[in-house]
Design a protein around this ligand. Structure first.
Ligand code: OAD
Length: 231
């Protein structure tokens, strides 16, 4: 059975109105990632970090999946092989489009995590530094997001899936952040074919067997159509 592993990044949600990080006007050109996306930044100023992720949660709730998310959900449903999505995105647009096999390696905006005891629960719309953990009552509520310097989630499962993959496809990611940026090499080493679908050539484009460049809302439905008519 053919196994496809798909890595998605901020570019797949750009046409749903969610900002990317490193493009012109991207989040990391407007915010200092050391202040809002590191454990040290959270200790220094939890209110600022909550404000940043509350705004992103609002933005996510107001957005809807685009043609690229819908096409991947259709692929999972109709393809006669196995389709798994590994996303770096903290939005839930894959799930809202109908995808089920999704690993959020950088966490999700819909989750709250207690920095004191590790308990997890569904995030309220607005999170505040003084919110108490429902398990241990510590006022140490943080978004369930993986910050720089922390270990991404599901890594053992992801590496197993990459080792077993026949095809690895990266969509809408700049290839700047590890370990995700090395997945193309991990998959290729294990024998998978590799394809990049991105607005422009990513930093890791030369690691791929093939690449197509343009908006995800066009490229992804076209590629899914090809896979379904070939499968
Ligand atoms: P980036 O902002 O680094 O890259 C987004 C990529 O999407 C760029 O290569 C764009 O060219 C491409 N892109 C933009 N619009 C597109 C469109 N309509 N269709 C297709 N591609 C498009 O975002 P990521 O690679 O996802 O981590 O960033 C990786 C990680 O860095 C994020 O998960 C986040 C960030 O710091 C954490 O916060 C832990």
């Amino acid at each position: 059975m053919t196994k496809i592993v798909i890595l998605t990044g901020a570019g797949i949600s750009a046409e749903s109105g969610l900002g990317t990080f490193r493009d012109v006007g991207g989040l990391w050109t407007r915010y200092d990632l050391n202040e809002v996306a590191t454990p040290e930044g959270f200790v220094r100023n939890p209110a600022l970090v909550h404000e940043f992720y509350n705004a992103r949660r609002r933005n996510c709730l107001e957005s809807t999946p685009n043609a690229a998310h819908h096409a991947l959900a259709r692929l999972e449903k109709d393809y006669p092989g196995e389709v798994r999505i590994v996303t770096q995105n903290v939005d839930d647009l894959h799930e809202r489009a109908g995808s089920r096999a999704v690993w959020h390696m950088h966490g999700t905006l819909s989750g709250a995590l207690c920095a004191a005891c590790g308990h997890r629960w569904p995030a309220p719309r607005e999170m505040r530094a003084q919110d108490r953990c429902p398990a241990c009552t510590a006022a140490a509520t943080r978004p369930d997001i993986v910050w720089f310097g922390e270990m991404p989630y599901h890594m053992e499962d992801i590496w197993d899936a990459l080792r077993a993959a026949d095809l690895f496809v990266a969509i809408g990611t700049s290839g700047n952040v590890y370990p995700a940026a090395a997945f193309v090499q991990d998959a290729a080493r294990a024998g998978a074919g590799t394809l990049e679908l991105n607005l422009e050539p990513s930093d890791t484009v030369t690691d791929f067997d093939a690449a197509r460049h343009g908006p995800a809302s066009i490229l992804v439905p076209e590629w899914v159509e090809e896979m379904l008519s070939a499968g």
